[in-house]
Design a protein around this ligand. Structure first.
Ligand SMILES: *Cc1c(COP(=O)(O)O)cnc(C)c1O
Length: 327
């Protein structure tokens, strides 16, 4: 992978112009109680309040906006059981393109309904016997659809970088930024924004402890592949980083941390009780990382990317009910 093919901060700026008026400029929240507890100032960029409830709308809308007229007529295809599916479905509807979304037969009914509700054609596959990447490629080739990957694509990365860009524009320099890590679209885009707008800011990716392929890749210099990890952070159950995302991460990121499921539940409980925020487990990875490093960052200014808030109410309650003495 040569650096010419990697997106740059100029691509993030261009993405910001494309999504302006379509994506929400999400709020930055603070908590004085938390600042006192941690001994640092923490700024939360709240992408749980983005359209579709997660930052993925940014990358999907940017990528779809870049397609030419013929490709727009043919439409797009994506495979995802989570936030990327809804991001592509909504972006396609807003841009007047047909969208086909491949989802597993056992995807939560609420997610199937939400994706269909945005007007997408949902194609079901059996996740145990069928290869979704193959089905996606067949649909892309057979019907001329543009395949929109969830993270390893320059336009997706550039779009995801606009959230951190807005954060730096609003609060200025930070000493450290903590970003949830799955396949690395959000982290690599955030790193592009940080290196351009806050050169002294340390950038940390935070992934589930059960799936620390990102940390191992970062430290070994080679993309490490793992089995689908068992974690409540379903938005970060990726098996490996991408070529593009890893190229940026190894160059522009300072380190990769991990968080346990219990730490994520503690953060969900804190955000709900003290900040009135409903967050999904994956959305709390950055917060968990900031809590871990706070003892070393006394008096500093920390940014936390809150990546999403899509969690069934029933699941939210059962996860919070399982924790003890967390708030
Ligand atoms: C997709 C997702 C992530 C991980 O993003 P990557 O770009 O794959 O690293 C984190 N949080 C939420 C809520 C997500 O939907």
């Amino acid at each position: 992978m040569t650096t010419q093919t990697l997106p740059t901060f100029q691509d993030v700026q261009a993405a910001a112009q494309r999504i302006a008026g379509h994506a929400n400029r999400t709020p930055v929240l603070t908590s004085r109680t938390l600042d006192e507890q941690l001994g640092a100032r923490v700024f939360f960029k709240c992408e749980n309040l983005q359209r579709i409830g997660a930052f993925k709308f940014r990358g999907a809308f940017n990528a779809l906006s870049r397609l030419d007229a013929a490709q727009r007529r043919a439409g797009v295809v994506a495979f995802s059981s989570g936030n990327h599916a809804q991001a592509v479905a909504l972006s396609a509807r807003l841009l007047g393109m047909p969208a086909t979304i491949l989802m597993p037969t056992d995807a939560p009914p609420a997610k199937l309904a939400a994706t269909r509700g945005y007007g997408a054609n949902v194609v079901l596959y059996d996740r145990y016997t069928e290869d979704r990447e193959q089905i996606g490629r067949d649909l892309a080739q057979g019907e001329g659809l543009a395949l929109i990957p969830p993270y390893d694509h320059p336009d997706v990365i550039a779009g995801q970088g606009t959230a951190a860009m807005e954060l730096f524009e609003e609060v200025g320099e930070l000493d450290a930024l903590f970003v949830p890590l799955g396949g690395g679209g959000l982290l690599s885009g955030s790193a592009l924004a940080a290196r351009a707008l806050a050169p002294r800011c340390k950038v940390y990716g935070v992934e589930p402890e059960a799936g620390n392929d990102g940390q191992r890749s970062f430290r070994s210099g080679e993309i490490v592949h793992i089995e689908t990890p068992r974690t409540i952070a379903d938005g970060a159950q990726t098996q490996h980083l991408g070529q593009h995302t890893f190229g940026i991460i190894r160059r522009d990121v300072d380190d990769i941390l991990t968080a346990t499921d219990d730490e994520l539940v503690a953060c969900m409980a804190y955000a709900a009780a003290r900040m009135k925020l409903v967050l999904e487990p994956t959305g709390c990875l950055g917060f968990a990382g900031a809590r871990q490093l706070a003892p070393q960052l006394q008096g500093k200014r920390l940014g936390v990317l809150v990546s999403g808030g899509n969690v069934d109410l029933e699941r939210f309650c059962s996860l919070l009910g399982s924790g003890q003495g967390l708030v």
